[in-house]
Ligand binder design. Structure first.
Ligand code: GLA
Length: 385
């Protein structure tokens, strides 16, 4: 099936882990709509691991845990659909899910059929406990084929953490997105680590097969299943900005029933979402001139990511990932580096998407002074110099 832009929504894992149940899912669906998140494009509600009993039923099917989901999964799916949203679930390519529940190895067709009958629109598919006798690419081909023949359009979200060179074979499987790294947690260290290695993976991304940098920790503030130290407002903005600019799916991981104003603003920045959802899905590149992790093997803590948008504008993000607190960084963008030499007689009008400030670039060079752990993101228009 064709997924035209990176999926957006909410996933249960980051906050709820194994404490997932019908009430949480249905309340989150309510809030997704009433808060305005759904109007911004966040339209999937995805239940992650730990939703089933520990054993399959006598008919070979996975059984939703009746204590967590007393009315079954179709009931939850119907409710999610009644809110105008789409419904996602989770399984795994191995014998067991990562948390030890029944998974889909050797049950791909029956599970795909079950998901289709329940009204599932999206399947996240993990990589734990997979048999060493079957290559990873075949495991994902097996489920992709089962989904493609289950009678319902189901987005296939592969989650093999970038291992076994996933990026090189994932498009052959039919997956619509693939996880580029191991798991995120709610700390600056994790955001930084995932950011530094993202550049390589995104070069393999395309429409209908998106590099998934993992669920967002925006707004978690240290609470819940992967809540560690938590992050500052600026760090969450940087995280949100980088994921959006690099074209990652945007799956919210915080408890949206309890969002503060900063979290709302960060998740709902319309300019940023427009960049993430740009229909051309051109790849972002690093125009900082310092080399990038994926080209030189060195770590560039000051990338300047640029992405050409479908109306001819550019998205430009200046990032300072350095931990040298107190040391601001002068980040330069030379317009000839992005295809706009002075000989064209053109320049850029820049609008910062978090503050609304506007600037016109003079003399072909733009400089931004960025404090550590923060960013500045612009939508830039080509104008007469
Ligand atoms: C793996 C995945 C996570 C989450 C857990 C659930 O670690 O990478 O995103 O789905 O499994 O157990």
């Amino acid at each position: 099936m064709l997924v035209k832009t990176p999926p957006m929504g909410w996933n249960s894992w980051n906050t709820f882990g194994e404490n997932i149940n019908e009430k949480v899912v249905m309340e989150s669906a309510d809030i997704l709509v009433s808060s305005g998140l759904a109007d911004c494009g966040y339209n999937y509600i995805v239940i992650d691991d730990c939703w089933s009993l520990r054993e399959r039923g006598e008919d070979g099917r996975i059984v939703p845990d009746p204590e967590k989901f007393p009315h079954g999964m179709k009931y939850v799916a119907d409710y999610v659909h009644s809110k105008g949203l789409k419904f996602g679930m989770y399984s795994c390519a191995g014998m067991l899910t990562c948390a030890g529940y029944p998974a889909s190895f050797d049950h791909e067709f029956i599970d795909a059929k079950t998901f289709a009958e329940w009204g599932v629109d999206y399947l996240k598919y993990d990589y734990c406990f997979h048999p060493s006798t079957v290559p990873g690419n075949v495991l994902y081909k097996r489920m992709a084929l089962a989904l493609a023949n289950c009678g319902r359009d189901i987005v296939f979200s592969a989650c093999s953490w970038g291992s076994d060179e996933t990026k090189k074979w994932i498009k052959q499987t039919g997956a619509n997105l693939w996880r580029t790294t191991g798991d995120i947690n709610d700390s600056w260290r994790s955001i930084k680590d995932l950011s530094l290695i993202a550049g390589d993976a995104i070069t393999y991304g395309s429409i209908n097969c998106y590099p998934d940098m993992d669920m967002l920790v925006t707004g978690m503030k240290g609470m819940g299943n992967v809540g560690l130290a938590g992050c500052t407002k600026e760090e969450y903005r940087l995280h949100q900005s980088l994921w959006a600019l690099l074209g990652s799916p945007l799956m919210i991981g915080c408890d949206i029933r309890d969002m503060d104003e900063d979290t709302r603003e960060t998740l709902m920045n319309k300019d940023l979402i427009e960049i993430n959802q740009d229909p051309d899905y051109n790849q972002a590149y690093d125009a900082s001139g310092y080399g990038t992790t994926f080209v030189t093997g060195e770590v560039n803590e000051h990338p300047v990511y640029v992405r050409l948008l479908s109306n001819g504008d550019l998205a430009i993000g200046f990032f300072n990932l350095s931990d040298e607190t107190g040391s601001r960084w002068n980040s330069y963008l030379s317009l000839d580096r992005i295809g706009l030499p002075e000989s064209t007689g053109k320049t850029l009008e820049m609008k910062e998407i978090w503050t609304g400030e506007t600037f016109t670039v003079k003399n072909g060079l733009f400089c931004e002074n960025i404090p550590p752990h923060s960013c500045r993101v612009f939508r830039a228009k080509v104008i007469e110099a």
